[in-house]
Each structure stands twice: as C-alpha cells, then as structure tokens.
Design a protein around this ligand. Structure first.
Ligand SMILES: [Zn+2]
Length: 588
C-alpha cells in the first residue's frame, strides 16, 4: 500500500497540468488500471502528442509483417531530431522497445505515460538535457492485433492483450539476426541508424514465484568490451538497483533457475538472436526489465515506468562516463585481434545475493495425484542465494582483414546492409588467398522459428586460393559493426547466418558415381596415386566392415579423387587474412 502511495506521488501528482488542459493525454491504463492500450490507441495517443508538443516527433520508421507501419517516437528536449546534430551535441541516445511480446505490454503503457510526462512536466524535462529517447511504441503489431484474454494462461491481467507470435507467427525475440520478419528488418535499420548508447526492451517474465515485481536481465557482461562491462558492473547496475529500491520497486536479477530459486539463479546468456544480445554486438548496453507475471498489471506498469525513469535520471548524471566507456569499447572491439563467439556458464564463479522469495513445497496434485510444486505466499523468506553471473568464452576466432563471398548470397548481403555494414564489390574476377572452412559436423534442430537451426558446428580450416567473381562482395573489418559481422559470418557462431540456414545449399552433395563405371577409373587412379592406395589398405586392415564393402572402398577413393566436388560442405565465405591479399574493389 505504502509503495502504491509513493508511486502515486512520484508519477501522477503533477499530471494535473496535462489532464486539466486536455483529458485526451490520459492513457487507457490511467482511465482503467487493468487495461493496456491497443495498437490503434497507441498510435492515436502519440499522434496527439506529436501535434501538441514540439519535443516529440512521431515517425513511420518502416514496415511490419502486419501491413501497418512500425513507428518511432523521438523525444528531444531541443526539438532537434537530426541524428548527426544530436550526436554532435554530445547527447546519449536511449532506445526503448515495447510489445515485442504483446502479451507482455507493460512497456507500451509505461512509455506512453513517461513520454507524456516528460513533455508536460517541467521538473522532469531537466533530465533530458543530455538524453534523447527513441522509442518503438508497439513493435509486434501483428501480435498486437491478435488480441484476447487467454494466451498468457499464468499472467495476472491486463484484461486484453496481444499474442506473442507476429503476423507470420514468429517470435520476434528470436529474429534479430535471421530477420525473417519485416519487423526485424525495420528494427535492424532503425537501431543501427541511431546506434543507441542504451537499449531497453520491456517484458514480463514466466517462471518461479517470489516477492519482487521487477526483475532485470542486463547484457551478459562477459560479452562486452572491458570498458563497457566495467561501466555496467561498477556504475550503472548498482545505481539502477539502488534507485529502484529507493523508489519502492526493489529489483532482483532475472530469476533464471534450474529448479526453485533457493538453489541459485544464473545470468541469462543473451545470444544475438535476442534483442539484448543483438544490441550488445553494437556496444550498446542493453536491459530487459521482466516484470513478474503474478503481480497486478497496475504494479507491473508502474515499476516499468519507474525503471525507465531511473534509467533516464542516471543517464542524465552519468552520460559523460557512459560515452567515454562506449567510445573506448568501440575502439577496443575494432582493435581486438580475436572475437568471442560462444560462452559457457562458469559454475565455479558465483556471487551471493539477497533474495526475497516464497517457500517452495510439494503437495499432491488435484489433477494427477502426483506431487506438484507450489509457492506458499504465507511463508515469505529473505535469504542469501547463489547468483552465477560469469560466462567463460568457449569459442574464439581471430579476426580476418576482410570477409569475401559470392554475390549469390543476396539475403546475406541485404542483412549486412540493414545493419549499416559497408559492403564493397570486386572490380574483376580475382584468385584470392583465403582461409575457408569445411563444415565437418553439425547438429540440426527441428522446427525452430521458421528454420532448422544448426548448432555444435565443427569446422576445419583450409588455406587456399579461391576464385571470386567480378561483383562478389567484400566486407572489410574495422567497422563499428565488427562484432556483428564476425558473429554473423563465422559459421560456428551460435547465431551465424550459417546456423540459420542461409548456406544450406552446401550441405548436400550434388553429384555421385555409378560404381560399375567408377571401378575402372578408381583402379587407374590408385595406380597413379600410391599414397591413396596405402591409405585404402590401412583402412581395410583396421575396419572389417569397410574391408567387406566394395561401395565404401570406391567412395573412399572417390572422395580423394579430382571427381569429388570441392564445394560440398565448403563454406563459401572466405577470410582474407592479410592486406596484401585484398582484391581490387569497384569505385563507389
Ligand atoms: Zn517476453
């Protein structure tokens, strides 16, 4: 109760100004607290703000799968909406995304109130001297239009909300690299255009029950350049946790537990397919506030508002330190000789944190009779639990000077360009010394977000010359997006374009041999290649199955012969390792 009163004073007391002037600046949530604004209401609300306040600009930023445009709302105290000019003035950019999961809409309503309050409350406006806010008010429009009251079975309100899948039934929070949706294509372009310093993607959690309304996923710090990780861990995160507690919304790291939280929680590894992992590739500090599904919608919206407000205040005070850390991080990433592509949890490295939970217990299920888990809200506790927040790199590659690949891969080049990557084209056919990968092994997952995602990709490196054609693509490193480029183009990275099936053509052999015809060729080949004959005999000696199979022996020879296709499982993206090997490129 006390918390609610405190929040009322904090957020609503001076809203009388706008309400008195024009009741239309009230959000549906403020009119009825278990209500979340529909997509149409959101657009209408921002259209009104856009017309009424020079500090707010509503723009159609690009298309979505639903057919409706994705908007951005920019809040700039100077009434300056030009990116270059904003950068020149030394302001930081806070980028906010809402309704990627429209069933988790707290951010939609909280952002409407936040931007309205910044426009109408003079004391709030001071916090935006050095901060420009760019918000996507409603990202998954298709999901938002698919509105109902049942798709979040375990969630407390709001009365009506959208669905997780977008118009193509994709989870947009897996789509940041593969970009199957037009939503993600728009997002990639808008995000890399603004190159924000901080990113917030608003969500609501699933999982265990505990006392907190707000939990937080911050970018996994081990994935960041040291300067940025230092700023996050030593300055920004402690300030966010402190200020949220002071405002009555004590937070805890996102409760990611193997079983009940008492046994410890782990930091979430936000791979680039997820919003925060994607943003981290561009040295943007990212946060996913995850309000707790079992808390009233009203509290979830208010705590989301509080989190964004606290963030703005901290950026107002600390923007110079953040800018320096980010500038250093971009330089560190450009200079880095090697890039980490995957990580594993360090089970030996953990902190002890305070946790306010509810006692978990088991009782017979009324449905199955089998023991079921429940959290007893009459038995709250506060205890110390282990927090595993350290990941060790499990895959690191050295950075090439450039990547080079055939123009056949148009889908790849499009995605690079949506992300602001500078792509050059070859002036003429060129025989280029490159490192290439043979795909030795991989696992494939069934039906995952419109793909058959590859993982555990094992590669063998080949140093060879390869003929690339006039017009093929060359991507020089030493760009602001180096980390994105390497993560997307190294085939063994967990969210590479290879993993997402953009190169699956190479995974199937196209030509074979007829054994009865190949017999004579194989015989002649063995006579002129005695080393292959030795290998064949060695294998026959140790492998009885092989020794009994005429076909296996012919295939063994075929694979070592000139008739075997060189391109089978050869990943066509070459790594140019030295400046002197760079082919000539076309003039712009
Ligand atoms: Zn979510």
């Amino acid at each position: 109760m006390q918390l609610a009163i405190l929040f009322f004073v904090m957020c609503f007391s001076s809203l009388g100004f706008s309400w008195a002037q024009n009741n239309t600046f009230m959000t549906p949530f403020e009119k009825k607290s278990n209500t979340s604004a529909s997509y149409a209401e959101v657009v209408q609300f921002y259209e009104q703000l856009n017309e009424s306040f020079k500090t707010i600009q509503l723009t159609e930023a690009g298309s979505s799968d639903s057919g409706f445009p994705i908007h951005t709302v920019i809040f700039s105290k100077d009434e300056d909406f030009d990116r270059e000019s904003i950068r020149k003035k030394g302001k930081v950019v806070l980028f906010i995304n809402n309704a990627i999961h429209p069933g988790e809409p707290c951010g939609v309503d909280a952002t409407m109130m936040l931007l309205r309050d910044f426009a109408t409350k003079k004391d709030q406006l001071d916090y935006l001297d050095n901060v420009v806010i760019v918000a996507i008010p409603f990202y998954n429009i298709g999901g938002g239009l698919n509105r109902g009251s049942f798709s979040r079975a375990n969630q407390q309100g709001p009365e009506a909300y959208g669905f997780r899948g977008n118009a193509q039934n994709l989870d947009l929070n897996r789509d940041f690299i593969k970009c199957d949706s037009r939503n993600a294509q728009t997002f990639n372009r808008v995000f890399t255009y603004w190159q924000p310093d901080v990113f917030i993607d608003n969500h609501t959690s699933n999982g265990a029950d505990y006392q907190y309304t707000m939990t937080l996923i911050a970018t996994q710090h081990n994935k960041l350049a040291p300067s940025l990780a230092g700023y996050l861990n030593r300055s920004l995160l402690p300030a966010l946790y402190d200020d949220m507690e002071k405002g009555g919304w004590e937070m805890v790291p996102y409760v990611y537990a193997r079983d009940i939280p008492d046994n410890g929680i782990a930091a979430f590894l936000d791979l680039p397919r997820y919003s925060s992992g994607y943003a981290a590739l561009f040295n943007t500090l990212s946060f996913m506030p995850e309000t707790h599904m079992l808390k009233p919608f009203e509290d979830r919206v208010k705590s989301t508002y509080a989190f964004m407000e606290v963030m703005v205040k901290h950026l107002h005070h600390g923007y110079r330190n953040l800018q320096q850390a980010r500038k250093d991080a971009i330089a560190e990433m450009k200079m880095a000789k090697a890039i980490d592509l995957n990580w594993e949890l360090d089970a030996d490295d953990f902190d002890t944190i305070k946790f306010k939970g509810y006692e978990a217990s088991y009782k017979p299920s009324k449905v199955s009779g089998i023991d079921r888990l429940y959290y007893d809200r009459d038995k709250p506790f506060e205890k110390e639990i282990s927090y595993f927040n350290s990941y060790k790199p499990s895959l690191t590659v050295n950075k090439p000077v450039a990547y080079i690949f055939p123009q056949a891969y148009q889908d790849v080049v499009e995605r690079l360009q949506w992300n602001g990557v500078v792509v050059k084209r070859l002036e003429r056919d060129s025989d280029v010394p490159v490192e290439m990968y043979k795909i030795v092994d991989f696992k494939t997952r069934d039906h995952y977000e419109g793909h058959y995602l590859h993982s555990n990709v094992d590669v063998e490196k080949l140093a060879q010359n390869w003929l690339y054609r006039k017009g093929d693509y060359l991507v020089l490193l030493n760009q602001f997006s180096d980390n994105y480029i390497v993560n997307a183009l190294e085939p063994h990275a967990p969210d590479s374009f290879f993993a997402w099936n953009f190169f699956d053509g190479i995974l199937m052999q196209k030509e074979y041999f007829s054994p009865y015809v190949f017999e004579d060729l194989a015989d002649a080949f063995l006579k002129s290649n005695p080393d292959v004959k030795v290998d064949l005999e060695d294998k026959k000696a140790v492998d009885p199955e092989f020794a009994k199979s005429a076909y296996q022996q012919l295939n063994f020879i075929y694979k070592r012969s000139p008739w075997y296709e060189k391109t089978y499982r050869l990943y066509p993206v070459g790594r140019v390792m030295s400046d002197k090997d760079l082919p000539e490129i076309m003039d712009e």
